[in-house]
Design a protein around this ligand. Structure first.
Ligand code: NAG
Ligand code: NAG
Length: 413
């Protein structure tokens, strides 16, 4: 038993040791400066420290010291021992180490693993179809994401549910290109679907970009809504992807995605609310604003074009599934951010006016007080008992004597 405890204690020590010596993962945005701190280094020279880096720019380990020359414009050691990379590039991905000795002789090592990223532009659906024909493969559109690093991935969604290519009803053709100079990625993803009878009349498609680094946010395209026709127009009525209704997926979680993220939008901007309720068959989705149902036909996407003050509020969606009760998403609030036109300028002018007014009042009060004080001092010259008190006050405030005050103290009777 004691042996077991000892082993556990040792394992704990080893784990902690691993955490201490393990590389610290750093992600840095391409083109931005990066500062890596050399732990344990004295904050000012003289310092005993050495930086070592092995990146896409170095053949092997490159050594940099505070006394040494800066390395071109790529990296240099700052006076406080930190390493500065003024503008990080793809070639700066790699390992960075610093070994520092403190004034008391203690050695500390810092290990960093640096990865870089670039956020691509908002993905877009180019050449979208205007309508789909049931029973035959249709091209829905091509989703394009440009200028990202690392590559990341594109995925398609139908009515808020991720579409998985199955080679039958849904297929995706992907292409990844790399810019020869910048090294940034452009992704293309072309979606083909074969809608079959018996489903939604107006399926909504959207596409999203998932970054190649963890903990970075996905980016979504604006959704496109298409009309599905049966093979004989007007004959058998509208159809939808039957491949999607062949099986049943229970409704797990209803999620409300807002674009732009955070729900803050400028006056006249566009907000897209997408209710993600992945279930088969697809649930009916209704919208709620400030606790009241919105009088709209059911649908997974709520588009607010040209947002005005009346659109501000708290939104949520409710998914109703035949086999479950209704399920509500979390709420998001839509708000307007400072606009430059109309009311914005008026508010600014009003605030400036108030501030200006307050400033004038403060100035007036100051002038009056100053006058009173001068008057009082004038009186004090004739009342020497009060003089000591005033000296004390000045000493407390620890202010140098003004010429005027000196005059009053020497000029006493
Ligand atoms: C850093 O990333 C590597 C893989 O890239 C991982 O194995 C390691 O645990 C990470 N270290 C930390 C401290 O997160
Ligand atoms: C060293 O200086 C840089 C830039 O002035 C700063 O960003 C960094 O945090 C400093 N490092 C330490 C360890 O104080």
């Amino acid at each position: 038993m004691a042996a077991g405890a000892a082993v556990r204690a040792w394992m704990l020590v080893l784990c902690l040791w691993g955490a201490v010596t393990g590389d610290q993962n750093i992600t840095a945005r391409i083109g931005k400066p990066l500062v890596l701190n050399c732990k344990g280094a004295p904050k000012k020279p003289p310092q005993q420290l050495e930086w070592k880096l092995n990146t896409g720019r170095t053949e092997a380990w490159k050594v940099l010291s505070p006394q040494g020359d800066p390395w071109d414009s790529v990296a240099r050691v700052l006076p406080n021992g930190s390493l500065l990379l003024p503008a990080v590039g793809i070639q700066d991905e790699g390992t960075f180490r610093c070994r520092a000795t403190s004034r008391s002789g203690k050695e500390t090592k810092s290990n960093y693993r640096v990865r870089v990223y670039q956020i691509p532009g908002k993905p877009e659906i180019v050449d979208p179809a205007s309508e789909l024909m049931a029973g035959v493969p249709n091209k829905v559109g091509t989703c394009v994401s440009e200028g990202g690093y690392p590559a990341g991935t594109l995925s398609w969604h139908l009515d808020g549910k991720t579409l998985t290519p199955d080679g039958k009803g849904v297929s995706v053709k992907e292409e990844t290109k790399r810019h020869p100079e910048t090294g940034l990625f452009t992704l293309h993803s072309e979606l083909m679907v074969t809608p079959t009878r018996g489903g939604a009349l107006h399926p909504t498609f959207s596409c999203s970009f998932t970054p190649g680094l963890p903990r970075r946010r996905a980016l979504h395209t604006a959704p496109i809504q298409l009309r599905v026709w049966s093979e004989h127009r007007g004959g058998e009525g509208p159809s939808v992807g039957e491949h999607m209704s062949e099986y049943t997926v229970p409704l797990e979680e209803v999620q409300l995605v807002v674009e732009p993220e955070g729900g803050a939008v400028a006056l006249g901007g566009t907000v897209t609310l997408t209710c993600e309720a992945p279930a088969q068959p697809p649930p009916q989705i209704h919208w709620i604003k400030d606790g009241r149902p919105l009088p709209l036909p059911p649908g997974p996407v709520l588009l607010l074009p040209e947002v005005g003050p009346e659109d501000q509020g708290t939104y949520s969606c409710v998914a109703t599934h035949p086999s479950h009760g209704p399920q509500e998403s979390g709420a998001v609030s839509i708000s307007l951010i400072g606009s430059v036109e109309g009311p914005g300028l008026e508010t600014l002018a009003l605030s400036l006016g108030i501030l200006g007014g307050l400033g004038t009042v403060a100035l007036l009060i100051g002038v009056i007080m100053w006058h009173r004080r001068r008057q009082r001092r004038g009186q004090e010259r004739k009342v020497p008992e009060n003089q000591e008190e005033e000296e004390e006050e000045r000493a407390e405030l620890n202010q140098p004597e003004e010429p005027e005050a000196a005059e009053s103290s020497t000029g006493g009777p």
